[in-house]
Design a binder for this molecule. Structure first.
Ligand code: NAD
Length: 508
């Protein structure tokens, strides 16, 4: 492949966001695949086909890596003064803002999520670019103390070509979490979106070019994870893999990436505990617990899916929690009043239902939901009722494993130490929540919970600037924060001698 020309203007004409065919983008061009194949992407709320998407082959993935490599090794992006890169990131955000409603609509149509969820996620994606435009300017090296005659400083250099593999639950936001810090740092990326939801990540890649990101810096290759994702992970010219997805896939990627010692960020699954103490503001805890599990139809890695309620307040809490769950609206995802959209696919719906059935078989009680739903006008879509399960024990499958749907399992407790132990009794460690008015207890428990994120009297898990990532088998590395830039850079230490006397360590 020829070297990147410094002359070519990096611009991509904006197209209608809603269209029949979405291309791959390699080296700044919308392209079809080597095989000319496409795949269908669906609207999960209706089950109807939404558009065709070009399906990458490994030969296409190879071209994308070559383009990213060329852009990194010979291109201008990483050499731009940092404020110039920041300006482009701000421009990406500005274009996204100007097309906010269209972006939201496409996200809803491809994911089945509710309008309000998509609005929040697209807005956060915009803010991610703005955040990293600012953060990169302050991402400075250090000057370090060394004995007399020596001067040491460090500088942060982009890590290189990054494969960025993203899941279907937050299609645009996960793409933004990955692309923004990587290109802010001066890296080049090859994005592999989830096959179920590739559209908004493709549009985001187009917007990057429209805003002035040079060709080859952001490439996107939609296609099967086991083929294209795998190819990128094993590619010797890829320096880093940033992956968000399930824990089993994360383990596979870690093993394969180890062959070339790639830098690795893994954002994986979760089974987050939500602890409501007897002194909690019950209404706030009910509202927060409701949002904690049912936001994004429960398809959130940090969904607070294990609820622990103190025995003293259990009856009052549960009465309100069930009542509020019944008030949640499921329906047209494009209606502003809809709380929960659809499930992403028929197979995911079956996984969810399988967990509910397994809980029943193991002796649990479904007190709300627990079944598929038919929604008028959306009869062929994938809908599941918000579900509350009680009478569970810690070893049940539904209590231990990530369900990734609108299903919460509820247990009671009386003792602070015991509930912390139970909360920590999980292979995961992503999110957690505590509801109490006792600041001492909140701090004590927050410090003992083995999770990357603790929400104290708070329904939200993250904003641009707050670190997001897991302990244990929820992965490692933190996204969404200033420190993410460290994961897209290598720290170079420059040690120089300025003394007058020549140094002759061997003395020969
Ligand atoms: P998944 O692991 O099935 O797929 C994620 C991505 O990896 C997709 O793009 C897929 O095509 C690709 N992939 C699949 N097999 C691959 C392979 N062998 N090599 C390389 N890539 C491969 O996950 P999913 O079902 O799309 O997403 C749901 C999971 O993501 C849940 O477990 C959820 O908890 C997790 N998640 C985690 C976070 C976080 O920040 N920790 C955020 C969102 C989702």
């Amino acid at each position: 492949m020829a070297k990147v020309s410094n002359e070519k203007k990096p611009q991509m004409e904006p197209l209608e966001m809603k269209r029949d065919l979405y291309h791959m983008i390699i080296n700044g061009e919308r392209v079809t695949s080597e095989s000319n194949e496409t795949f269908t992407t669906y609207n999960p709320a209706t089950g109807a086909p939404l558009a065709q998407v070009v399906k990458a082959t490994t030969a296409d993935a190879e071209k994308a890596v070559e383009a990213a490599r060329n852009a990194f090794d010979f291109g201008k992006w990483r050499k731009y003064p940092v404020n110039k890169r920041a300006r482009v990131l701000n421009k990406i955000a500005a274009i996204m803002r100007s097309r906010f409603n269209e972006l939201v609509e496409v996200e809803v149509l491809n994911s089945g999520k509710s309008l309000s969820a998509a609005q929040g996620q697209v807005m956060q994606s915009i803010e991610d670019f703005e955040f990293y435009a600012g953060a990169i300017v302050g991402h400075r090296g250090t000057v370090n103390n060394v004995p007399g005659g020596f001067f040491n400083y460090t500088q942060n250099e982009p890590v290189g070509v990054c494969a960025q593999i993203i899941p279907w639950n937050y299609p645009m936001m996960m793409a933004a979490w990955k692309i923004a810090p990587a290109i802010a740092a001066g890296c080049s990326v090859v994005v592999k979106p989830a096959s179920l939801t590739p559209i908004t990540a493709i549009i985001l890649t187009e917007i990057c070019h429209e805003a002035g990101v040079p060709e080859g810096v952001v490439n996107i290759v939609p296609g099967p994870g086991a083929l294209i994702g795998d190819y990128l992970v094993e590619h010797p010219k890829v320096d880093k893999v940033a992956f968000t997805g399930s824990t089993p896939t994360g383990k596979d990627i870690m093993a394969k990436a180890s062959q070339t010692l790639k830098r690795l960020t893994l954002e994986l699954g979760g089974k987050s505990p939500n602890i409501v103490f007897d002194d909690a503001d019950i209404d706030a805890a009910v509202a927060g617990s409701l949002f904690g599990i049912f936001y994004n139809t429960g398809q959130s890695c940090e969904a607070r899916s294990r609820l622990y309620v103190h025995e003293e307040i259990y009856d009052e809490f549960m009465e309100k929690f069930i009542e509020k769950t019944r008030q949640l609206t499921l329906g047209n995802p494009l209606d502003q009043g809809t709380h929960l959209g659809s499930i992403i696919s028929r197979s995911q719906l079956e996984v969810i239902d399988g967990y509910v059935k397994s809980a029943i078989e193991e002796g649990a009680t479904v007190v709300e939901g627990g079944h598929e739903l038919t929604i008028e006008g959306f009869e062929d879509g994938f809908w599941y009722a918000p579900t509350i399960i009680t009478n569970v024990t810690p070893n049940m499958k539904a209590v231990r494993e990530e369900i990734f749907g609108p299903v919460v399992v509820v247990q009671t407790f009386t003792d602070e130490k015991a509930v912390v132990k139970e909360a920590n009794d999980s292979e995961y460690g992503l999110g957690s929540a505590i509801w109490t008015k006792d600041q001492g207890r909140a701090t004590r428990v927050a410090h003992q919970i083995q999770a990357g994120i603790v929400m104290v009297n708070c329904p939200f898990s993250a904003f641009p600037g707050t670190p997001f990532g897991g302990y244990k088998q929820s992965g490692f590395g933190r996204e969404l924060c200033v420190e993410t830039l460290d994961l897209y850079t290598e720290q170079k230490s420059v040690l120089s001698y300025y003394g007058n006397r020549p140094i002759n360590p061997f003395g020969v």
